[in-house]
Design a protein around this ligand. Structure first.
Ligand SMILES: NC(=O)c1ccc[n+]([C@@H]2O[C@H](COP(=O)([O-])OP(=O)(O)OC[C@H]3O[C@@H](n4cnc5c(N)ncnc54)[C@H](O)[C@@H]3O)[C@@H](O)[C@H]2O)c1
Length: 520
């Protein structure tokens, strides 16, 4: 029996020796670029260079060169997974758990290099990159333990003359479709959960981060997951869409934007000819995450926590704060302090330890943020900004906008960049009305001293993850099971006790144990 689950400790970035280790790891990683990422189906690997991934801070640096999966390769990967399923589902839960934990050990040994690859491929600043690697390790360790517990089935009511059992069987072949913003942890969480429950997986990672998805596949293979049970299909949306439609897919685990999630839910709903099952869809999508600041809030606590929640990783976390609802009585004071804190943020390269706000992931993202900033200037007042440096890289300024007119898209749409809207509200009840009016319900926060106000927000908020008197990002596996409601998500919480249930079907067996007389 392994020791109880504990989160992987992050490195202390302030220590000089740790900083030195980061620099050494970055040099080693740079020497090996570009990473060749193949289409990997079972033991077969086909390399290609149709899909380059580049450093957002230095777009001329090619980090990975990936092959793009064709339609025929999607079919071949699903067929291979069918063969892998027969093999992998026969492995005991304890042995599957051992493979996942061995993959975690593989990552632990290479954690500096993996973090360095995140700095390059996704412009994750060091602390964020290190935390992402730790979260990937946490998912492997947590779901390994969950697999063993699930393997024991559940107790049912027993009466004389009858034996009742309920056990969990894998669903089959799972398509995992992942985003780039947690380039190791999110594909790792979805893939390891599906594998833990005995499914085979075909992974279609984000086009912006194929190198990190390949790391995950190598870790799981090294841990002992058979080649047939895990294939990798790098490519753009088209490869994902082909997987979703494929009749050989039994479940889809998707994390990404609402428009793509909506399309996946729709495409998966109708069984195609010959398909004898409905596809299970687990879709985790975006948010418009609000932080409520009550009149009695401690601003020494609220201001730095809100700045970190809105601007760390340039606001590119699904959980990031994007709208503050502040009581009108303290709004001017709050805005002045928030503006002061934002003006001193350093927008810069991810590998520079002084950087607070790195570049955004790609040109389209920079242009999207610029469009919303223009809307913000049109519909409201730019209260403060930290300017983007010149030169290469997809930099966007860190910006606060206040006093937006009602109906401005900046208030309701997910921007996914370093732009925070501040809105005055009459009181906490008014703030809750605003939150309740949104279609998204992913994360939220409240800063208040009065416990009655906190209780009221807890009662009224529809969000999946509410944070009280703290930042609203950085959910930890096992401590803050994560996932949204409404149009933010359809699934059970990742990193929580129920997540694996989405990757199994329940089977109940009831046996008559009465003696019916001797059969001659
Ligand atoms: N709720 C969560 O847990 C969570 C976590 C991280 C990110 N997100 C969300 O993810 C988004 C950012 O990630 P992104 O830009 O990679 O999202 P995205 O939706 O653009 O892409 C996600 C994945 O879907 C694939 N894809 C694109 N079109 C497809 C199609 N038609 N069919 C199937 N697959 C398709 C992409 O290639 C990629 O692998 C944000 O909206 C963010 O809020 C949510």
């Amino acid at each position: 029996m392994p020791e109880p689950f504990a989160n992987e400790p992050v490195l202390e970035v302030r220590r000089a020796d740790v900083r030195g280790q980061f620099e050494d790891a970055l040099r080693r990683v740079d020497d090996e670029l570009p990473v060749q990422v193949p289409v990997r189906i079972g033991e077969d690997a086909r390399t290609g260079d149709d899909l380059p991934s580049t450093d957002p801070g230095s777009p001329q640096r090619v980090v990975a060169s990936a092959a793009v999966a064709t339609g025929a390769e999607v079919d071949a990967a699903v067929a291979e997974a069918g063969r892998g399923l027969a093999q992998w589902r026969a492995v005991s839960a304890a042995d599957r758990a051992r493979a996942l934990r061995a993959a975690a050990a593989w990552m632990r040994q290479r954690r500096l290099e993996l973090a360095a690859l995140e700095v390059r491929e996704c412009a994750k600043p060091w602390p964020e990159a290190d935390a992402d690697v730790c979260e990937a390790i946490d998912f492997l360790e947590y779901y390994a333990r969950a697999a063993v517990s699930l393997g024991q089935g559940r107790e049912l009511l027993q009466i004389p003359g009858e034996r009742n059992e309920m056990h969990y069987a894998p669903r089959g072949v799972v398509a995992v479709i992942s985003p780039w913003n947690f380039p190791l942890a999110i594909p790792c969480g979805m893939t390891s959960a599906a594998l833990a429950a005995g499914n085979a997986v075909v992974l279609k990672p984000a086009e912006q981060s194929p190198a990190l998805a390949y790391v995950l596949v190598r870790a799981l293979r090294a841990g002992g997951v058979p080649a047939e049970a895990l294939s990798l299909l790098p490519g753009e949306g088209e490869a994902g869409a082909a997987l979703v439609r494929h009749p050989g897919i039994h479940a889809i685990a998707f994390t990404g934007s609402l428009p793509v999630g909506r399309e996946i839910v729709r495409a998966a709903a109708e069984p195609s000819a010959g398909q004898r099952h409905f596809k299970q869809v687990v879709a985790e999508m975006g948010g418009k995450n609000c932080v409520i600041v009550a009149a009695d809030a401690d601003l020494d606590e609220a201001v730095p926590a809100i700045v970190a929640s809105a601007f760390a990783y340039a606001g590119q976390k699904c959980s990031a704060a994007s709208r503050v609802l502040v009581h009108q009585a303290i709004a001017d004071q709050f805005l002045e302090r928030l503006a002061g804190a934002v003006r001193v943020l350093v927008v810069g390269q991810a590998d520079d330890l002084e950087t607070d706000v790195p570049p955004v992931i790609e040109r389209d993202a920079r242009d999207r943020v610029a469009r919303y900033r223009e809307l913000a200037a049109r519909d409201g007042t730019i209260a403060a900004e930290a300017a983007a440096p010149g030169g290469d890289g997809w930099f966007a300024p860190a910006t606060i906008v206040s006093d937006l007119s009602e109906g401005s898209p900046v208030l309701d749409e997910e921007i996914f960049g370093p732009l925070l809207a501040v809105q005055r509200v009459r009181d906490v009840e008014h703030a809750c009305d605003v939150v309740d009016g949104l279609a998204f319900a992913l994360t939220g926060g409240v800063f208040a001293r009065d416990p009655a106000l906190v209780r009221r927000v807890r009662q009224r908020t529809p969000v999946g993850n509410l944070y009280v008197n703290r930042g609203i990002t950085g959910a930890m596996v096992g401590r803050q099971p994560f996932g949204g409601n409404r149009l933010s998500g359809t699934g059970l919480k990742a990193g929580g006790p129920d997540y694996l249930l989405q990757f199994v079907e329940q089977r109940a067996v009831s046996e008559n144990t009465m003696r019916h007389g001797l059969v001659m």
